[in-house]
Structure formats: structure tokens, C-alpha cells
Design a protein around this ligand. Structure first.
Ligand SMILES: Cc1cc2nc3c(=O)[nH]c(=O)nc-3n(C[C@H](O)[C@H](O)[C@H](O)COP(=O)(O)OP(=O)(O)OC[C@H]3O[C@@H](n4cnc5c(N)ncnc54)[C@H](O)[C@@H]3O)c2cc1C
Length: 378
């Protein structure tokens, strides 16, 4: 019998892991990739949708073209995980694994933030970004707030990018003077591991009159009174709320007893859970590194290498480096980059690359290479 590898979730982490295993082992493995959706969406595409650059249909990438030797992608919803026995239950049946990798991403919890509604006044789901596109397009006076309801959250620079892109759109429509823009963030600076990146963003905010409220969280949105409530007990006027809901591991993972404080407990270097042969990669794992697709990918490569070693009867030696490059929209069509490294030095670092034409091309290339590698799109 071929070794059975079951991967839960075909996002950045799951797709990269399935691809890497297929490349190295082909048909000699039985890899089952379990995914509830029929399409994948790059996180950054949600900003394109929010600001009307692309439609929701244009950014959905069908899983139908994920065809790889040794990999079977099944459209099922995971309903229970028995980590001790490496057994997964879905709405269609049961999958037993020799090696189990949980890559279900982060979910959103709006239960603690009254007034925040998924698919409505947030842009972290495709549904929310699509609905808010029309609301943003009509907004022409008053206070706009890009508001975070908790940390950690996916893609630390995304709220800053959202505020800068909103500024551009309001300018283009000639209504910027009648609107204010603020970011409410629990982080002390926009990109804490990189003082240079934070400085570039803070100076872009200052040039554009965007207010950055650091170390503050949105605790409620009162639409009737058009105010938001903050964790420091104050209120602010808000006519346009662009929310980032509190993030945490999906319910099915919490119900499996794998989490502490909302995130899966793993060894941050090997990404192993306390259960033998069970790993957790990507946004749902408590690695201490940022939650971003590039980090999920690196985690997938680490686990692929270690599963490969186990299959050969060797001791796994690959370590998760906690490093990756993030592209940052700085407004006015400019793209910068930060290379973040969490584990190689005594403290996290982030090297900043100022905006350039080459970086815009690099970002486009980033999406193109993943489309080719995971979906076979040339
Ligand atoms: C606005 C925005 C901008 C972003 N920009 C960037 C960026 O520029 N660069 C970057 O690197 N990252 C960016 N990100 C973050 C990035 O999208 C995530 O960090 C990344 O997708 C995480 O990968 P993952 O594999 O951990 O989880 P995901 O990619 O979220 O994949 C999880 C998968 O599991 C599936 N799933 C969940 N529950 C179940 C279940 N019960 N049964 C079956 N399937 C299930 C989901 O459908 C999903 O396909 C951005 C995110 C947002 C919201």
C-alpha cells in the first residue's frame, strides 16, 4: 500500500505541500487534498475587488485544473479531526492518514465585536470585499476607518494598503477633501519587525493626512449612531467602516483540542503538533511568525522535506525558517517589498526595499508563478 498523506485545506500551504510531494514522489504516494471550496483566491486579490480593479469572478481560480501525479483533490468539508488516530471525518466520509497535515487557514470570529458582520462591513472575505466595493464607490463625505478587531491577523500590511488605496480612489473622484481616513490597529507600528517599512508607511500616511491609531482595537461598530467603539473606552465617528475581523483557527480545529488561545500549538521549528505524524502549517499555527501566504508556503516546503525524510527512513532535519517576502502597495501605483526573517537572528528583522517599477513586475510574477505551479496555468 502507498503511504497515505492527508492534507486538510488547499490554500497557500496545502497547495504548495501537495505540489512539492508530487514533484518529489509522484505516484508513489497517495496524497489526498481535502478542500471545501471549488476555487482559490489570492488574499491580495480582495483589495483589487474592493477598489473595483477586478471582479470577484475574475479573481476566483478553479481547483478543476489541479492535476498532479499522486494527488487527489476532493471537494469535501472537514467536520472532525482525530489527531491521535490521524483520522479525519468529512461530510462525505472518513480519511485515515499515515501523515496528516492541517492547513485550514485562519477563520474570522465576529462574535466578540458587535456590529461587524462577515460578508458585509469587512474586506477580508471575498463576499465582504465585493459588497464593500459598491459602498466605497459611493462614499463621498465623512470619516472612513480601516479598523482591526484583533491581532494576530492575516497579512500585517493589508490594512495600511487598504487605507492608501482608499486615499487614491477618493482623490481620483475629487472627494478626498470631504473625507477623513484613519487606521485603528492593535500593532504598535504598521510592520513591527521592520522599522524601515513602518517609517515608509507612516510617512506615506502623513503625506496623505491618514491618521494611524496605534495599539488600539475596535471593540464594536454602532451603525445607527455611526460610531466605532475602541478598547480604550472612547468612540470615534465612522461613516465608512472597512473591518478586519478577529482571526483565529477554524472551529473544527478548536473542537479537535489542538489549540491554545485560538491557535494550533506546534513546535515552531518543525511545525509538528504534539501528535506523532501530525503537522499544522500556515495561518492557523502558532509559529510567532506573520500570517501570510508566503509563510504558509515556506512551512509547506519544510514539512514536505521532513515527510520525505521519514519516508526514506531518515531523521527529519528541515527547520521552518519563519522568513518571507511581502509586497506592499504604497499607493499611487507604487509597490515596495519587505523581507522578514523571524528565526535566524536574536530578534525578528525586516529589510525594506523602496518602491520601484521592477517590484510591480515582481508582484505580478508572484501570482503568475503560483498559477503555473499549482494550477498548471501557463
Ligand atoms: C486582504 C488580504 C491581503 C493579503 N495579501 C497577502 C499578500 O500580499 N501576500 C501574502 O503572502 N499573503 C497575503 N494575505 C494572506 C494570505 O491570503 C494568507 O495568509 C494565506 O492564504 C494563508 O494560507 P493558508 O494555507 O494558511 O490558508 P488559506 O490560504 O486560507 O487556505 C485554507 C483553505 O482551507 C479551506 N478550508 C477551511 N476550512 C475547511 C474545512 N472545514 N473543510 C475543508 N476545507 C476547509 C479553505 O477553503 C481554504 O482554501 C492576504 C490576506 C488578505 C485577507
Amino acid at each position: 500500500m502507498k503511504p497515505r498523506i492527508v492534507i486538510l485545506g488547499a490554500g497557500f500551504g496545502g497547495l504548495e505541500l501537495a505540489t512539492a510531494l508530487s514533484e518529489t514522489h509522484g505516484d508513489s504516494l497517495a496524497v489526498t487534498l481535502i478542500e471545501r471550496s471549488d476555487h482559490f483566491v489570492f488574499g491580495f486579490s480582495k483589495l483589487d475587488v474592493l477598489f473595483g480593479k477586478r471582479t470577484a469572478d475574475a479573481v476566483r481560480i478553479s481547483y478543476a485544473t489541479v492535476v498532479k501525479p499522486g494527488v487527489r483533490l476532493v471537494r469535501e468539508t472537514v467536520t472532525a479531526i482525530d489527531a491521535a488516530n490521524r483520522r479525519v471525518t468529512t461530510d462525505a466520509g472518513v480519511h485515515d492518514a499515515d501523515y496528516l497535515v492541517i492547513a485550514l487557514g485562519a477563520d474570522y470570529d465576529v462574535s466578540q465585536t458587535p456590529g461587524v458582520v462577515l460578508g458585509d462591513n469587512e474586506f477580508y472575505t471575498l463576499e465582504g470585499a465585493t459588497r464593500m466595493r459598491d459602498v466605497v464607490a459611493r462614499f463621498d463625505r465623512g470619516a472612513a476607518v480601516v479598523g482591526l478587531c484583533g491581532a494576530p491577523y492575516k497579512c500585517p500590511p493589508a490594512p495600511s494598503e487598504c487605507a492608501l488605496l482608499l486615499h487614491d480612489q477618493l482623490e481620483k473622484r475629487g472627494v478626498r477633501g470631504a473625507c477623513s481616513i484613519a487606521i485603528v490597529s492593535p500593532l504598535s507600528t504598521p510592520v513591527p519587525p521592520s522599522p524601515e517599512t513602518s517609517a515608509a508607511l507612516l510617512s506615506a500616511f502623513a503625506e496623505r493626512g491618514i491618521e494611524y491609531l496605534a495599539s488600539t482595537r475596535v471593540v464594536a461598530v454602532d451603525r445607527a449612531r455611526q460610531v466605532i467603539k475602541l478598547d480604550n473606552g472612547t468612540e470615534r465617528p465612522c461613516q465608512l467602516f472597512l473591518g478586519i475581523p478577529k482571526n483565529r483557527a477554524p472551529d473544527v480545529v478548536i473542537a479537535a483540542g489542538l489549540t491554545k488561545d485560538g491557535w494550533v500549538t506546534i513546535d515552531p521549528h518543525t511545525l509538528e503538533t504534539p501528535f506523532a505524524g501530525v503537522w499544522a502549517i500556515g495561518d492557523l499555527a502558532n509559529t510567532g511568525a506573520p500570517k501570510a501566504g508566503v509563510f504558509s508556503e515556506v512551512a509547506a516546503k519544510t514539512v514536505a522535506a521532513n515527510i520525505g525524510a521519514l519516508l526514506r527512513g531518515e531523521t527529519p532535519t528541515a527547520k521552518y525558517p519563519g522568513s518571507g517576502s511581502c509586497y506592499i502597495e504604497l499607493g499611487a501605483e507604487r509597490i515596495a517589498r519587505v523581507d522578514v526573517d523571524f528565526f535566524s537572528g536574536p530578534k525578528p528583522t525586516g529589510r525594506f526595499y523602496p518602491p520601484s517599477i521592477a517590484l510591480r513586475a515582481d508582484k505580478e510574477q508572484f501570482a503568475t508563478t503560483r498559477r503555473a505551479r499549482w494550477f498548471g496555468q501557463r
